[in-house]
Design a protein around this ligand. Structure first.
Ligand SMILES: NC(=O)c1ccc[n+]([C@@H]2O[C@H](COP(=O)([O-])OP(=O)(O)OC[C@H]3O[C@@H](n4cnc5c(N)ncnc54)[C@H](O)[C@@H]3O)[C@@H](O)[C@H]2O)c1
Length: 255
């Protein structure tokens, strides 16, 4: 029970395949009390059912991270339910579908702005608001991908978005370290989810990762969830500002 009596907020549940939900399952199984957030009303019923299915107490709230007023409203509700929060998981990304096919060179200004806003800036927007709920310190974790460092076909604008997210993690960690708040990223191997299905030809990512990874298999969402438990728990108390790989070792391979 690594997270017994701890309170956490998991941002970005869309369905049972969401990495956010795997994080919620792992954290809940370790005793955490949770708030799950979903993007819009369309996801409300399913996310509430998913919250009810967790082994420990959990509720679900709406939070659209692209809107400052919606963020403020969501955080007012979070503070009502959890005046003090121990950990947070940011598991949110978006790019318009047309940006995830064809050439990176053809990225539009609007596509770039949307992708960077939702996928990278939202981590800073959330972290600043979480800081106010973490007077005794805490741990924040976000989800990134290898496309930030190496070119992945058709990942396109999400590459710079994840690079910006990883750099943000370092700056946030430096700002908040003196307050005992740690900020880290997990770089997960490819996992079949709703967001992943937006990248055209995503099955190829899975096949190659399975063939080339030292562990010769794909990463599961539950493995990411368990790594979040580690980063949220005191076991990782000396770790901040890092990107931790949970990708069956794929990133070490050149060929
Ligand atoms: N699936 C993979 O292969 C993989 C690998 C590495 C990293 N990741 C990252 O993991 C995170 C979670 O993605 P996932 O694969 O679980 O897919 P997912 O589709 O289940 O989750 C993405 C979430 O982002 C939310 N979202 C999008 N725009 C939003 C907005 N404006 N406000 C609030 N929420 C918004 C969606 O509603 C959804 O819940 C993302 O950051 C993704 O880039 C995924």
């Amino acid at each position: 029970m690594l997270l017994k009596d701890k309170s956490g907020v998991v941002f970005g549940v869309a369905n049972k395949r969401s990495i956010a939900y795997a994080c919620a399952r792992s954290a809940s199984a370790q005793g955490a009390r949770l708030i799950l957030t979903y993007q819009n009303e369309r996801l409300e019923k399913a996310t509430k059912e998913l919250a009810d299915a967790l082994p420990n107490e959990a509720i679900a709230l709406e939070c659209d991270v692209s809107d400052e007023a919606a963020l403020d409203g969501a955080f007012a509700q979070i503070a009502d339910h959890m005046p003090q929060v121990d950990f947070g998981v940011h598991s949110i990304a978006f790019a318009p579908r047309e940006e995830l096919e064809g050439r990176f060179t053809d990225t539009t200004r609007a596509g770039w702005t949307k992708a960077l806003d939702v996928s990278a800036y939202s981590m800073t927007a959330i972290t600043r608001r979480m800081e106010a709920l973490m007077p005794e310190g805490g741990s924040l974790v976000t989800m990134t991908y290898f496309g930030s460092e190496k070119v992945m076909p058709r990942y396109n604008v999400m590459g710079p978005a994840k690079a910006a997210l990883e750099a943000s993690v370092r700056y946030l960690a430096a700002d908040l370290g003196p307050k005992g708040i740690r900020v880290n990223a997990i770089s997960a191997g490819p996992i079949r989810t709703l967001a992943a299905s937006g990248v055209s030809g995503f099955s190829q990512f899975l096949d190659i990762a399975k063939e080339k990874s030292p562990l010769r298999r794909n990463t599961s969402a539950d493995e990411v969830g368990d790594a979040v438990v580690f980063l949220a728990s005191p076991l990782s108390r000396g770790i901040t500002g890092t990107t931790m790989w949970v990708d069956c070792g794929y990133h070490i391979m050149a060929l």
